[in-house]
Design a protein around this ligand. Structure first.
Ligand code: C2E
Ligand code: MG
Ligand code: MG
Ligand code: MG
Length: 280
């Protein structure tokens, strides 16, 4: 019986493995070509100040126009690029494209706004990341104070390394936020020790915020902790009025989510913005 089980498992397992590694190899070679051919594009999602209703910033989120498979979300390819190192090139492209876009919007008459860009672990560990980013800022004409780099808690686990890296990033004048806050491990001590500017509350806590469970307490706690540490705070994944109401009452100053708009291409974002503020 055991032998049979084993054989069955084995025979169904192996083709599955082959298919997976085949798909992976295909995806990997597609990715290399994609970087050369610039098949990537950025979608933009606004961050709104809940007291003023103003757009304070916008997050750049990468997508891949795959020639056969269509538009792919980052979850379908970012993990692979992190494993094989292509994220360094892709990440650099994202930073440059986001800065260029921000400058273009300024030139088109939109008020100044922050541009948030996600960093991956591999980028964060990259030698001379700060110098590279400084180069991109100089090259694109983007004022450093408008660039916000989003890191995750896991990137701060090597406290020594992270404080040095964050210090060198702060030195070039950019802002730092902790993305998906609450889903990783980070001690309050290290939070206090790092030169960070903002916590972004992960959307898994925001989704059921008003359902009377523990998420309400978690969001309230993160918000007041951020206040005490003099950090800004953004709630991610806001989808309805009730959540907005709750966040306002708890003095969470910023929100981002489908409630305002999904991430959209640059031209649509500009239309959305002009329409929202009745600009010409
Ligand atoms: P993130 O940085 O936490 O970005 C927010 C994600 O939540 C986005 O997914 C966005 O579409 C989604 N979202 C925003 N509002 C709502 C909402 O109200 N409801 C729901 N259900 N979802 C909402 P997306 O664009 O698929 O990106 C997923 C993740 O991929 C990002 O999470 C980020 O960690 C990563 N990512 C995106 N672009 C880049 C990039 O350029 N570089 C790196 N390293 N990672 C990136
Ligand atoms: Mg993010
Ligand atoms: Mg992120
Ligand atoms: Mg997030």
């Amino acid at each position: 019986y055991n032998a049979k089980m084993h054989r069955n498992e084995y025979s169904s397992y192996e083709p599955e493995m082959n298919r997976k590694s085949h798909d992976r190899l295909r995806l990997e070679s597609d990715l290399r070509r994609a970087i050369e051919q610039e098949q990537f594009t950025l979608a933009y999602q606004p961050l709104i100040n809940l007291n003023t209703g103003k757009v304070v910033g916008v997050e750049a989120l990468v997508r891949w126009h795959h020639p056969q498979r269509g538009l792919l979300p980052p979850g379908d390819f970012i993990p692979l690029t992190e494993e094989n190192g292509l994220i360094l090139q892709l990440g650099e492209w994202v930073l440059k494209a986001a800065c260029k876009q921000n400058v273009a919007w300024q030139n088109a008459g939109l008020p100044p706004m922050m541009m948030s860009v996600n960093l991956s672990m591999r980028q964060f560990r990259q030698h001379q990341l700060a110098e590279r980013i400084k180069g991109i800022l100089d090259q694109t004409g983007m004022p450093p104070k408008y660039l916000e780099l989003e890191i995750t808690e896991s990137m701060t686990s090597d406290v020594e390394f992270a404080s040095d890296m964050l210090a060198s990033l702060k030195e070039i004048g950019v802002q730092i936020s902790i993305d998906d806050f609450g889903t990783g491990y980070s001690s309050l001590i290290s939070l206090k020790r790092f030169p960070i500017d903002k916590l972004k509350i992960d959307r898994s806590f925001v989704g059921d915020l008003t359902q009377g469970g523990s998420d309400a307490a978690i969001v309230s706690t993160i918000t007041s902790m951020a206040k005490n540490l003099k950090l800004k705070v953004t709630a991610e994944g806001v989808e309805n009025d009730e959540q907005i109401q709750f966040l306002r009452e708890r003095n969470c100053e910023e929100a981002q989510g489908f409630y305002f708009t999904k991430p959209i291409p640059a031209n649509l974002f500009e239309n959305w913005y002009r329409h929202r503020y009745q600009m010409a």
